[in-house]
Design a protein around this ligand. Structure first.
Ligand code: SF4
Length: 489
């Protein structure tokens, strides 16, 4: 049965829709083997540190659209982290060659105590009108918060009435933080709103390929032009017009299946745009598989083979050199699910040893229900098992404990704030925000060089280790890292 249903305002959370989990400890192969055989059981923690919130993740899918506005319906504190997207938008604009990045349009209804008693609908209605007047957006997204969900404000009805009144799409996005232990549910909620209210049925096809991504550099433009296509990025730096017409694409690809699972399936099932099911192109084997699936889909198999041949000729000598330099170096990865798996593949492709991973959740299946989308199974098949594989929704106390034992040569992190824990132990730590940086053959060279630079320039972290205080005491560091996993009633 299809997991996509655009008839209803809310998308089911990942725990329910995909059977996703946030607690596991074992090896990557054990997780792959049990993920689809009915034996995958989430483990609770009897102690937990704070988690991320779906609201800011839903914002990630909407705030970076150039001509839209976003209203956080809730207490002002729930929108306090959204200003970071202004920074993200401006810093990464250069990667996508956006010359004049506009200011983000982010607002809050600022629900207060009395609103939780009398309701926040009046505030929301006037906020929508005010935002329309001030920002003149092409669409308005309303992201909900715990307070709005608990008091039961009918945000969907308000959005529908406002849409009629203003004549622009107004989408309610249900992403209250308490709905799910997986903040990635916010991606699905955001894309559900976009698929319901923005994307239009196609009347014709064009030579464009949708790319569901975060904010990475324009590598797909370079690749797709080789085959006569242009990328249509969703949603960073997109416009409401480009999103409306994403149904005219010949295919959809993703930078990360964790991110685009729902939208890729929605575009295929509801708008007839086929999705490339293979995991994104990180590492040689996966790059080849991904390009071949693309070639079959667009009817350019021969051209793709020629392209891959040229890539090998051009980049393999440098890749071999890097492998020689990095051989035997150990690395630990902490990241979101699919991208974290890609990083595990990438470092092993470069001859390094993966000593473990702390991955923020695990989806046993994606919305398209295809095994080819499971990045972790590709990594295990291509490079072998990864020991010390931990699924933890950013439980830093577990990460610190493991790092203290494993002491890798380098820590790879995907989220800001996580590299700190490696640095405090004197471990060179690498965070790369551009998720396209490691893609394809050239990506291996990009990453390999950056890893070498990080390993060679370790003076700062070595000094930091000497002078920093670790908030985690010997009491905790002497215990097993997963002492509290599986202990909840
Ligand atoms: S978890 Fe709830 S209260 Fe906390 S920031 Fe998210 S929406 Fe607001």
């Amino acid at each position: 049965m299809s997991k996509v249903n655009l008839e209803i305002p809310e998308v089911a959370i990942r725990e329910v829709r995909l059977g996703s989990i946030t607690g596991f400890q074992g090896s990557a192969k054990e997780l792959v083997d049990c993920a689809r055989c009915g034996k995958l059981k989430d483990k609770s923690r009897s102690f937990s540190q704070c988690l991320g919130c779906s609201t800011s993740i839903a914002a990630c899918t909407t705030v970076l659209i150039q001509d839209a506005a976003v209203i956080s319906h809730g207490p002002v504190g729930c929108s306090s982290c959204l200003h970071e997207y202004e920074f993200t938008y401006r810093v990464n604009a250069a990667l996508r060659e956006v010359k004049n990045p506009t200011q983000r349009k982010i607002y809050s209804t600022n629900l207060e105590e009395k609103d939780t008693i009398y309701g926040g609908i009046k505030k929301l209605e006037s906020a929508i009108r005010e935002v329309y007047k001030r920002a003149n957006p092409k669409a308005i997204f309303i992201i909900t918060t715990c307070a709005a969900g608990i008091i039961g404000d009918d945000v969907e009805s308000v959005a529908n009435v406002a849409q009629e009144e203003l004549g622009i799409p107004v989408a309610a996005i249900f992403c209250e933080g308490f709905r799910s232990k997986m903040w990635t549910t916010g991606f699905d909620a955001g894309y559900h709103g976009i698929a319901r209210k923005i994307i239009k049925k196609a009347e014709k096809k064009r030579n464009i390929i949708n790319v569901v991504n975060f904010w990475g550099s324009d590598i797909f433009g370079k690749w797709f032009r080789e085959f006569g296509y242009e990328p249509n990025y969703i949603t960073p730096y997109a416009t409401i017009d480009s999103l409306e017409h994403s149904s005219e694409a010949v295919a959809t690809v993703q930078a990360c299946a964790t991110l685009g699972s729902y939208l890729g399936a929605a575009l295929e099932q509801e708008f007839g745009v086929p999705e490339i099911k293979n995991s994104p192109p990180y590492g040689i084997a996966q790059t080849d598989r991904w390009f071949r699936e693309l070639g079959t889909l667009i009817g350019k198999e021969k051209e793709v083979e020629e392209f891959l041949e040229k890539q090998k000729e051009k980049y393999m000598p440098q890749i071999e050199e890097l492998r020689e330099k990095l051989k035997g170096k150990t690395a630990y990865v902490t990241a979101g699910a699919s991208h974290g798996h890609s990083l595990l593949g990438l470092l092993q492709e470069l001859g390094m040893e993966a000593t473990g991973a702390a991955i923020f959740h695990h989806d046993p299946v994606y919305d398209n229900e295809e095994l080819d989308s499971d990045t972790l199974q590709h990594v295990v098949k291509d490079y072998g098992d990864v020991k010390n594989y931990n699924v933890c929704n950013k439980q830093e106390f577990e990460l610190v404990n493991v790092l203290n034992r494993v002491k890798p040569d380098i820590l790879f992190a995907r989220h800001g704030g996580m590299t700190l824990w490696g640095a405090k132990f004197g471990i060179p730590s690498l965070l790369i925000g551009d998720e396209h940086f490691g893609m394809g053959y050239e990506g291996l060279i990009n990453y390999g060089k950056r890893i070498l630079e990080t390993l060679e320039n370790d003076e700062f972290v070595k000094n930091l280790e000497k002078h920093s205080l670790n908030p985690y005491t010997k009491w905790w560091l002497d215990q097993e890292p997963y002492t509290f996993l599986g202990g909840a009633k």
